[in-house]
Design a protein around this ligand. Structure first.
Ligand SMILES: Cc1cc2nc3c(=O)[nH]c(=O)nc-3n(C[C@H](O)[C@H](O)[C@H](O)COP(=O)(O)O)c2cc1C
Length: 366
């Protein structure tokens, strides 16, 4: 099936997010040859408040030594070495996800990423992985600059990773876990709201991020529901130093998911996702389809947590590799409704930053 854009002419979400800051025009106005706006946020803050004492907040780009304040979220079965390298080459921090890979495959993906980029990339360790000990040791051995973790508490691995020079950045859904991670020696935390794709917590990004910022002394990165410059701007306004994005990058040319999965994302509406697995304690946000309905039924019939976990991982593979949009698990966040077209990763990230700068300017004029 050919990939088509949504008709956005009657779409209030589209009109509210996009036309005020049309990215291509902005790039021309700035005379940017590459279409990339400058990303020095501190400098812009100084420009916006002449004569005022600028509040200097280190951004994620400064903290990680990357060009843009953006991390590509780890995505099981999707975030390969090649995909992570594409994101890092585009100026963000690419991550190789471990979900769906064994130890040997992880080594191969690291080697592939290193063959494609000299820029830093990281690893996302899924803490419920069968080979978690072996994967954690590979991170030490390979001296990976950034490690993010999902689905659990990585405290036992933090000392070894830190000794190997890694910055450890756990994904957290609550203030309590953020505080535990700070005590365990985390470099920063990713506060992920329930809007996000994949495993989710209860709190929204809007409610979670400022409460985590208030509670911890380490940098906070916002995740969940960020797919436009306005949303990135909101993340900064809430006190984050940058953002982790997942769903918006699923709609990229380089993302190695089946074309049917991409088309389902383009077809999704604002209410197009649902959360399965709440009952069993492993809530996962996916696009609504037959698999999601079957899962909820299995859950009601008393399937075990492990059975359901295997069911989603197997189903994700069906969606990613076979393009089975009926029986596959099409994990995606609520921003799927905003996705309009499949674009190169670099264009997606550049547009996010251009919109971000434009929205900041608009807000400072209020
Ligand atoms: C398809 C998919 C798979 C994901 N798998 C993982 C994973 O393996 N590990 C993890 O920590 N987070 C995972 N996530 C969460 C992302 O890393 C990221 O935090 C999230 O997508 C950000 O929210 P957004 O989807 O609204 O951009 C996944 C998200 C998606 C959409």
């Amino acid at each position: 099936m050919p990939q088509q854009s949504k008709d956005t002419s009657q779409d209030p979400l589209h009109t509210s997010l996009q036309p005020a800051c049309p990215s291509p025009a902005l790039a021309q106005d700035k005379g940017s040859a590459t279409g990339v706006a400058p990303h020095n946020l501190d400098q812009e803050q100084t420009d916006a408040q002449p004569g005022a004492q600028a509040v200097m907040r280190a951004t994620l780009s400064d903290l990680l030594g990357i060009e843009l304040p953006l991390i590509q979220g780890g995505m099981a079965n999707i975030a390969t070495g090649r995909f992570a390298a594409a994101v890092s080459e585009a100026g963000g921090l690419g991550l190789i996800a471990t979900g769906g890979f064994n130890a040997q495959q992880l080594r191969e993906h690291i080697a592939e990423a290193r063959s494609l980029t000299n820029k830093p990339f990281g690893i996302n360790l899924l803490l419920i992985h069968r080979e978690v000990e072996e994967l954690a040791a590979i991170i030490v051995e390979q001296r990976i600059p950034v490690v993010t973790t999902g689905a659990g508490n990585p405290a036992t691995y933090v000392p070894a990773w830190r000794d190997a020079g890694s910055k450890v950045i756990p994904v957290i859904p609550s203030v309590a876990l953020a505080l535990r991670m700070e005590r365990a020696g985390a470099f920063a935390v990713i506060a992920e709201g329930t809007e996000s794709g994949g495993h989710v917590g209860e709190l929204t990004t809007m409610a979670l991020v400022p409460q985590v910022v208030q509670a911890v002394g380490i940098p906070v990165i916002a995740a969940g529901g960020i797919a436009s410059g306005a949303q990135l701007c909101a993340a900064f306004a809430l006190g984050a130093v940058g953002a982790q994005v997942g769903t918006v990058l699923l709609a990229s040319e380089e993302c190695p998911i089946h074309a049917n999965y991409k088309q389902a994302l383009l077809d999704a509406k604002d209410t197009g996702t649902t959360v399965i697995g709440r009952q069993g304690g492993t809530p996962v946000r996916t696009l609504k389809n037959r698999m999601a309905r079957d899962y909820l039924k299995q859950e009601k019939e008393g399937a075990t947590r492990e059975e359901l976990e295997m069911f989603t991982l197997g189903a994700l593979r069906k969606a990613v590799r076979d393009g089975d949009t009926d029986a596959g698990s099409l994990m995606a966040g609520q921003v799927a409704g905003q996705l309009r077209q499949i674009r190169p990763v670099a264009e997606i990230l550049d547009t996010l930053m251009e919109e971000y700068h434009c929205v900041r300017k608009e807000l400072s004029a209020l």
